[in-house]
Design a protein around this ligand. Structure first.
Ligand code: SAH
Ligand code: SF4
Ligand code: F3S
Length: 440
């Protein structure tokens, strides 16, 4: 039995929705009188907010548990209470307790119950909650108080798409949209707490719907909040990209010219086996429409190489799609068979060496396009939202509308938006020079 914790540390893995959940869990524990510490090994309660998407992500949780326990014992003579939250908690539940002697297991839809679970664990009772009550957590979390200039706001949860490789429909549950009013209230609170930019989050954020009103209607309402300068959204599914949202990219100035639209593969045969329900062609035609609405839009994507049955020709179709699109940035992964998903039992699983080789070729192509995109923006003038201090004296780091990291020398403060000439493309960021307003 462990005594009631006084300090806590939350560590999030995986996607931005987990980052958002991690922030909300931290706010919840602080509202319950616990003090946050940056040092995981010094905390009485460590919350690991986990990701189940690929095998490596899941294994990392178990190695982290071991490392934190060892460091806590060595450096502080401490045996912290450990809570596993997030998608591994949902997928593995009681198995984790058995495998790693965890005190608390709490799923992504149940973390509003964390304080009660901590109380149970402190009394030596089993503390496991992987229920999936629809959206009830949002009504039970404390209000947002202090956030950085760029904040996340989850508006949609879960997924009904059942791509044959993916665990998300099992770990996050069915697709549900948060109601309009609660989102607008939270957005206002975020702006009052310091946000200038809000990124709307959902596993399929563009499927957001409240009584027939779509994401573009929500964006139009958020656009009216004074002080909110920038709106972004992620992740979108090609099949939910409706006309209204495409039009919003032409009409709403605060909606940033950036679209993360995962395609996964450039081969329609593989897309069918993945149950993606879009084809190579329908995806490319969709991007034509997006570009017609917003010619300078920066495109981003996700790719999986080595899906079962992927031939060299299928993979070359992915490379040719990449060349045709010219992504500003992208994420690419080796296929990882996940327990319980249909693809894990498909024939023709691809050998690891072939996956390695394809991933290298794909990443070389994506890097080439990212450099080309960045080079193409040199000479442009744009707004930069200042997010943090750089390493050099007087240097600040921020983001361009196209989500590039920009470094510049400026007197501006965190949260300011400054006009910047982009002067150079470095490997991972852009150099910029602030435009100084000249008095007339
Ligand atoms: N909802 C989003 C993505 C969610 S998961 C969408 O549909 O696009 C984020 C990314 O992880 C996916 O886009 C996919 O590229 C990757 N991914 C998901 N399952 C995977 C698996 N089993 N192996 C490798 N990558 C996977
Ligand atoms: Fe996973 Fe597909 Fe749903 Fe995205 S759309 S979360 S890849 S099942
Ligand atoms: Fe991972 Fe769950 Fe997000 S599996 S990618 S943390 S939805």
């Amino acid at each position: 039995m462990k005594s009631a914790p006084k300090t806590f540390h939350v560590k999030s893995f995986g996607c931005q929705m987990n980052v958002y959940d991690g922030e909300r869990m931290a706010e919840l524990m602080a509202a319950n009188g616990l003090t946050h510490t940056d040092d995981a090994s010094a905390a009485d309660l460590v919350v690991l907010n986990t990701c189940h998407i690929r095998e490596r992500a899941t294994e990392k949780v178990y190695s982290d548990i071991g490392r934190i326990r060892k460091e806590a014992r060595r450096d502080h003579g401490n045996d912290p209470m450990i809570a596993i939250a997030g998608c591994v908690a949902q997928a593995e539940g009681a198995e984790i307790v058995a495998r790693a002697k965890i005190d608390i297991v709490v799923g992504p839809q149940a973390y509003h119950n964390l304080p009660a679970l901590v109380g149970q664990a402190a009394r030596g009772e089993a503390a496991l909650d992987t229920d999936m009550p629809v959206l009830s957590k949002f009504g039970q979390l404390p209000a947002r108080r202090k956030v950085g200039p760029s904040a996340f706001l989850t508006v949609q949860e879960g997924c009904d798409k059942f791509c044959t490789y993916c665990v998300v429909p099992y770990t996050r549950g069915a697709e549900v949209s948060r109601p309009f009013a609660g989102i607008v209230d939270e957005a206002r609170a975020l702006v009052d707490a310091g946000a200038r930019e809000i990124t709307l989050l959902g596993q399929n954020v563009n499927a957001w719907d409240d009584g027939g009103r779509g994401l573009h209607d929500l964006i139009a309402d958020l656009d009216r909040i004074p002080g909110l300068a920038r709106i972004r959204y992620t992740t979108s599914h090609p099949n939910d990209m409706r006309d209204g949202l495409i039009r919003a990219h032409a009409e709403v100035e605060a909606l940033m010219p950036f679209l993360h639209l995962p395609v996964q593969s450039g081969s329609s045969r593989i897309l069918k086996a993945m149950n993606r329900s879009h084809t190579r062609d329908s995806y490319l035609r969709l991007l034509d429409r997006v570009r017609a609405a917003r010619p300078d839009i920066a495109l981003s994507g996700d790719f999986i190489v080595g899906f079962p049955g992927e031939t060299e020709q299928d993979f070359e179709d992915t490379l040719s799609l990449v060349a045709e699109v010219g992504y500003a940035q992208a994420y690419s992964f080796k296929y990882s068979p996940r327990p319980g998903t249909p693809a894990a039992d498909m024939p023709d699983q691809i050998a690891p060496e072939i996956m390695d080789e394809r991933l290298q070729r794909l990443q070389a192509a994506l890097n080439r396009d990212q450099q080309a995109f960045n080079a193409h923006t040199v000479g442009r003038t744009c707004d930069v939202l200042i997010e943090r201090r750089g390493k050099l004296p007087g240097q600040m780091l921020g983001k361009s509308p196209w989500l590039q990291s920009v470094h510049l020398l400026t007197d501006a403060a965190i949260g300011d938006i400054v006009t910047v000439d982009l002067t150079r493309a470095d490997p991972n960021s852009m150099a910029g020079v602030e435009r100084v307003a000249v008095a007339a």
